[in-house]
Write a protein that binds this ligand. Structure first.
Ligand code: XIL
Length: 354
């Protein structure tokens, strides 16, 4: 981050704070057409997530294809949607999303194969037959991955394996039947399914909980030592504006030290905080947090930069404003407002990448 970039950003933050942008053009945002595509200024893949229902909204598709080079399926590439009770795979929507991505010259990042949060009746019925379970486990991974060869340039093979307190692995059906090695087994099966895609371990709160980050890194080192084909590490970066200064930077640096691909996989920067902001402007803090993400990511070696993904397009698309358990006050965690206009965070990105 050069000094003039930082000064530019400080200037932008001040403008935003003083509302000068609002005064200049009557509103704080630039209209979709007037805002140059983000993808033109970023030196690595920039992604957004969405669901099939979003594809009925032309503003959403226009905005996504204008600014991003990668699509991530928010729900329909997960076991909960794909796996049927008889073990068959429902890939219709994820394949349609792949066609959308391909049609617009975008890649996909596959999300996600093995997750503690979703296991399905089909696997639960096999829980007492470990051999059959393992065969079905490998078959599931292969069955989901193979149709996306050449479009998914990376996969979250195992998602959220570490307990938030950093004491060890989460309990889940996979671990119960296959043991701790369910993770290595998933990576082996994934490599068999697609020899060319990057295979990621993905988790969240790595910036908030150093103990969890340490345990995540220990798991990565164990996987590498035992020959598992782990080739990427991902930090979700679901953060709020009160995230400790430097925590995201330390996380990206720690992950980068493994020498693998690094992926910032699910960015949203919530204005909702557990503790009061002590008079700080939340939207200015969002710019600080975004600058820290991009600055730290910039420090990685070019060959490590798998890219960054925002967990949604417009604020109204965010799971933070949609999922029942999360809808508290209206949140504004993403780059574009509900009308699809570029917010200061989007404008700050073009300054940071300039
Ligand atoms: C979330 C989706 O955004 C929601 O729509 C869905 O109801 C639940 O899952 N970490 C992950 C993502 O890896 O898959 C989650 O996505 C958000 C947390």
């Amino acid at each position: 981050m050069t000094a003039d970039r930082r000064n530019l950003l400080k200037g932008l933050a001040a403008l935003t704070g003083a509302g000068v942008i609002a005064a200049c053009n009557g509103k704080a945002q630039q209209t979709p057409a007037s805002f140059a595509p983000l993808k033109n200024s970023v030196p690595y893949p920039i992604g957004f997530c969405g669901m099939s229902v979003n594809f009925n909204d032309p503003q959403w598709t226009d905005l996504g294809t204008r600014h991003f080079t990668r699509f991530v399926s928010e729900w329909e590439q997960k076991m909960e949607y794909i796996l049927q009770e008889d073990g068959s795979l429902q890939l219709d929507r994820a394949l349609a999303q792949a066609n959308f991505a391909r049609a617009h010259g975008m890649t996909m990042h596959g999300h996600t194969l093995v997750w503690y949060a979703q296991d399905g009746e089909y696997f639960q019925k096999l829980a007492n037959r470990p051999e059959a379970f393992l065969t079905a486990y490998a078959d599931y991974i292969a069955g989901v991955m193979k149709p996306f060869r050449g479009i998914c340039d990376g996969w979250d093979v195992v998602n959220e394996p570490i307990l938030d307190n950093g004491s060890g692995l989460r309990d889940c059906l996979w671990r119960k039947v296959l043991g701790d090695d369910y993770i290595g087994l998933a990576f082996e099966a994934a490599r068999q399914a697609d020899p060319n895609t990057v295979l990621f371990l993905n988790d969240y709160n790595l910036e908030y909980y150093p103990a969890k980050r340490r345990r995540f890194l220990q798991l990565c080192e164990h996987l590498l030592k035992t020959g598992a084909p782990l080739t990427g590490v991902a930090t979700q970066t679901h953060v709020a504006v009160d995230v400790e200064k430097g925590a995201i930077r330390d996380t990206i640096r720690d992950l980068g030290a493994l020498g693998l691909k690094v992926y910032v996989s699910e960015i949203d920067i919530s204005l909702r905080t557990d503790k009061p902001l002590m008079g700080k402007d939340g939207r200015k803090e969002q710019l600080r947090v975004l600058e820290e993400i991009v600055t730290a990511y910039d420090e990685l070696r070019p060959e490590q930069k798998h890219g960054i993904t925002f967990w949604g397009l417009r604020d109204k698309d965010s799971w933070l404003n949609r999922d029942k358990g999360l809808r508290l006050s209206k949140d504004e965690p993403l780059l574009f407002d509900d009308k699809g206009d570029a917010k200061p965070m989007a404008q700050a990105l073009t300054q940071l990448w300039a």
